[in-house]
Design a protein around this ligand. Structure first.
Ligand code: AMP
Length: 216
């Protein structure tokens, strides 16, 4: 059942956590454009500097640059039986570009919305911390690490707070989601390719709903 699974949800909805679980447990590679851009930021190139500035402000990288990155990454061997996209597409143009890519690669698209009420998202974003070694995601309010500000699996590593999880950038990212990405829910709904999971509650409960949709 080769397909592209597209996870759609506001920043802070938990797409990353769930995509990582799907990858670990079902062996489907998880491609996060946000993670790829975060890695790119560390390079010393003009493009890396541009990416860094756009991300810090909570805005979107251009559709063409993003497409190139997705095209490159998904042409690797590990994606030959399908893959999960976390954070892509985010605009109508990206959705159209993905249709072309899916056609070329011979995959169907299954879109799944991870739905979380707006009032919870801000808390999740500003409370989010992660481990720079293994990528484990914590939240100081809802999923704190066992010891203060260090990873449970890498106790020598201080957790990091994403530069774009400050209140101002987080608010911009939520507005961008409403304006640019939310309309994609309608787009996939109209073509009968959208399902939805409740993104509140325990991570395992959310995963159970998702895994059923992905494998069903
Ligand atoms: P995320 O980790 O998915 O929240 O992404 C972090 C940031 O990376 C976003 O706020 C954007 O600046 C950039 N980014 C990630 N995915 C995309 C995308 N599909 N299109 C444009 N920019 C993106």
């Amino acid at each position: 059942m080769a397909k592209i699974i597209v996870l759609i949800g506001a920043p802070g909805a938990g797409k990353g956590t769930q995509a990582r679980l799907l990858q670990e447990r079902l062996g489907i590679p998880q491609i996060s454009t946000g993670d790829i851009f975060r890695e790119m930021r560390a390079l010393d190139t003009p493009l890396a500097k541009e990416v860094q500035a756009i991300m810090a402000a909570g805005k979107l990288i251009s559709d063409d640059i993003t497409y190139k990155i997705v095209q490159d990454r998904t042409s690797r061997e590990d994606c030959r039986n399908g893959y999960i996209l976390d954070g892509y597409p985010r605009t109508a143009v990206q959705a159209a570009q993905l249709e072309e890519l899916a056609k070329e690669q011979g995959f169907d698209i299954q879109a799944i919305e991870v739905d979380v009420p707006r009032d919870e998202l801000m808390k999740r974003l500003t409370g989010r911390r992660s481990c720079s070694v293994c990528g484990e995601i914590y939240n100081i309010y809802s999923k704190p690490p066992k010891s203060d500000n260090v990873c449970d699996f890498h106790p020598e590593t201080q957790l990091t707070h994403r530069a774009d999880d400050n209140e101002e950038s987080a608010a911009t990212r939520l507005t961008t989601y409403d304006e640019e990405t939310k309309p994609l829910l309608d787009y996939y709904q109209r073509s009968g390719r959208l399902s939805k999971v409740d993104g509140t509650g325990e991570s395992e409960q959310i995963y159970a709903q998702l895994a059923k949709l992905v494998t069903g």
